[in-house]
Design a protein around this ligand. Sequence first.
Ligand code: FES
Length: 100
Amino acid sequence: MQFACKLVEIPNWGKKVVTVGGQQVLLVNVKGALYACENECPHQGSPLNGGIVKDGPILSCPRHGYRFNLQSGACSDNPEYMLKTYAVQVVGDDVMVDVE
Ligand code: FES
């Protein structure tokens, strides 16, 4: 696990892009639960930090609207595509991510 940012930097329903271990990681807060995934859409590479977060937890890509489950990475619109997700943990005030 590596330090990603402070917990207060990701408000409820908010997102934040961080670089951990040389990789861009998107952190998403859905009703107080944190999720971490790659910031590049597996479909055509659109940056996902411009996407829409919905309960589920779901992240919709801003380009073609494919919806990804932030927990499993599964795409409900096209099962061919899979979002890479990372384990995330809160330790005190710090958000830690496992990019291995
Ligand atoms: S680039 Fe994300 S759905 Fe097409």
